[in-house]
Design a protein around this ligand. Structure first.
Ligand SMILES: CC(C)(COP(=O)(O)OP(=O)(O)OC[C@H]1O[C@@H](n2cnc3c(N)ncnc32)[C@H](O)[C@@H]1OP(=O)(O)O)[C@@H](O)C(=O)NCCC(=O)NCCS
Length: 324
């Protein structure tokens, strides 16, 4: 029997149960959990740009055996919901995952969502992936595969200066005021400009205010964001990349967005931006072991950049889609 409980992220004891089950249900080398503070800040900031609703599955003895999270965008993609769920290895195949999914789908339905996306992880060549079998059994279809690549550090990077009148700049923490509006536009366009499956996400809502809100969240989470932009010959930002350094994890660095707007492609800016961001963050990279990057497995240009830098494939994340 499974009891599903809605998480109140302000409740210390309940959050401790939620986080412990979330952390313990990460049992694969390249599928890493967020830290407790990263998770909690995300949950506490629910309600402005997205709702983030956590649920806990408890077994008959009251033990937390699984968790789920529904993320509901509030300013864009109003028909889409995102769900994630995990069950502790020793408690699988007892219906807890299905009970969690039912609760998450209810959240999505009551928020008026018609399409739901969930992600599951596997390693190259792996067969019988539990998350895939689970997704199939619940009517989800594979929409897109993202490749997860890792660069082992220290790494020697190719020289990649900006050419053809473009200029590279970087910052850490808050985006300089003079670029913040263009940077917000770049942030909003990733879902449009990167390859996507049938879900075809709309542009995400980003303005200068949201950039500032996100920067404040990163600080609360103990993360440092080191970003780089490419300016065109008129000085306008036309591409960017982001490196995130988690405060609670001394080994890993995460590459978040990388985007060069379509009219500015073909000048080598993808590679230039990524190399520049790492060069500018050299002091933060000391002692770190891996940079992680994720992109659609069909994204030839981005993969070529990553391979040129020495990234190697370690895992896939399948994006599964279902209509509700
Ligand atoms: C996916 C996951 C949440 C499933 O949790 P669970 O509690 O084992 O799920 P259920 O017991 O409700 O399984 C429901 C059905 O899914 C299918 N299924 C689940 N795991 C399976 C497996 N390892 N092999 C084959 N079928 C499987 C079966 O049809 C199962 O029904 P059955 O047991 O009556 O045959 C769990 O494996 C997990 O935490 N995986 C890692 C995280 C992840 O991939 N999450 C996926 C979505 S975001």
């Amino acid at each position: 029997m499974t009891t599903i409980e809605r998480l109140d992220p302000t409740d210390d004891a309940q959050f401790a149960d939620y986080y412990e089950a979330y952390r313990a249900a990460h049992d694969r080398e390249w599928d890493r959990p967020y830290s407790a503070i990263e998770k909690r800040v995300g949950l506490l900031e629910s309600g402005v740009y997205q709702d983030s609703i956590g649920v806990i599955a408890r077994d008959a003895s009251g033990h937390a055996v699984g968790i789920g999270l529904a993320e509901i965008p509030l300013k864009d993609n109003l028909l889409t919901g995102f769900v994630g769920l995990r069950v502790l290895l020793a408690h699988r195949r007892r219906g807890h995952g299905s009970a969690l999914l039912d609760a998450l789908l209810d959240v999505c339905r009551s928020a008026g969502r018609e399409k739901v996306m969930g992600v599951t992880h596997w390693t190259p060549g792996e067969s019988n992936v539990p998350g895939r079998a689970f997704a199939d059994s619940h009517g989800f279809v594979l929409d897109q595969v993202d490749a997860h690549r890792v660069l082992d550090l220290p790494a020697s990077l190719p020289a990649a200066p900006a050419l053809h009148g473009y200029v590279l700049q970087s910052w850490r923490g808050p985006c300089p005021e003079r670029w913040v509006d263009d940077y917000a536009t770049l942030r909003s366009l990733l879902t449009q400009e990167a390859p996507s499956g049938d879900l075809a996400l709309e542009a995400e809502f980003f303005d200068a205010e949201r950039i500032r809100v996100e920067e404040a969240s990163l600080e609360k989470q103990g993360r440092i964001m080191a970003a780089a932009v490419a300016l065109d010959p008129t000085g306008k930002p036309v591409g960017h990349t982001q490196l995130v350094f988690p405060g609670s994890d001394p080994e890993d660095v995460y590459q978040w967005d990388t985007l060069v707007l379509s009219p500015h492609r073909g000048h080598g800016l993808g590679l230039s931006l990524k190399v520049h961001a790492m060069d500018s963050a050299r002091d933060l990279l000391v002692g770190r072991k891996h940079v992680h990057t994720y992109n659609a497995a069909s994204n030839g240009p981005m993969i070529a950049v990553n391979e040129r830098m020495g990234f190697r494939l370690v895992a896939y994340n399948g994006e599964f889609l279902r209509t509700i």
